[in-house]
Design a protein around this ligand. Structure first.
Ligand code: HEC
Length: 152
């Protein structure tokens, strides 16, 4: 009897391990891609906001470098928002369900971002940079308000 109990327990424990083990998959890949892209956006803010606030002098090369990092990190954008990416296999996502229930709205928020980034990239002096930055920063807020869950 004791042996039976023991082996039953072992079997149950084994099942629990199998069912709780998760493996990275395609949703994780997409989530990782979009979070890396967003981290590059956050990094760019770290470079640009101090310039906007007057804490650092305008630096065209630093701005261009930050934009280049975003372009590289966000190149896979169109492949990251499939219906199967609402939940990761192992990774947590802060993407809101509204991305998939309001696809047109999410696409519009994404479509506003591309030209804003391009305007930032094209800005050649401090005045143009400051104007372009206003539009660029607005696109983050606009999308996050509707489509991103706060981290806390
Ligand atoms: C079209 C929508 C959209 C735009 C535009 C956008 N974001 Fe995001 N952002 C998201 C979503 C959705 C997430 C959550 C991604 C996830 O967890 O899967 C996110 C997450 C983030 C994160 C957290 C990344 C992490 O560590 O997990 C940062 C930082 C961020 N965004 C910064 C920015 C900045 C700065 C901008 C503008 C320059 C911007 N985002 C523009 C949708 C957007």
């Amino acid at each position: 009897m004791q042996l039976l109990t023991k082996s039953l327990f072992a079997a149950v424990a084994g099942l629990m391990i199998v069912s709780s083990a998760a493996f990275a998959g395609p949703a994780d890949d997409a989530i990782k891609g979009r979070q890396e892209c967003m981290k590059a956006n956050g990094g760019a803010m770290g470079v640009m906001v101090p310039i906007i606030k007057g804490e650092k002098p305008y630096d065209a090369a630093a701005v261009a470098d930050a934009v280049g990092k975003i372009e590289a990190a966000c190149a896979g954008w169109s492949g990251w928002w499939g219906d199967n990416t609402q939940k990761g296999e192992t990774l947590e996502t802060w993407a809101k369900a509204e991305i998939w229930t309001d696809k047109a709205g999410f696409e519009a928020a994404g479509a506003a971002y591309g030209p804003a980034l391009a305007a930032l990239k094209a800005s050649a002096d401090e005045a143009a940079f400051k104007t372009a930055f206003g539009g660029f920063g607005g696109t983050c807020k606009n999308c996050h308000e509707k489509f991103r869950r706060p981290k806390e």
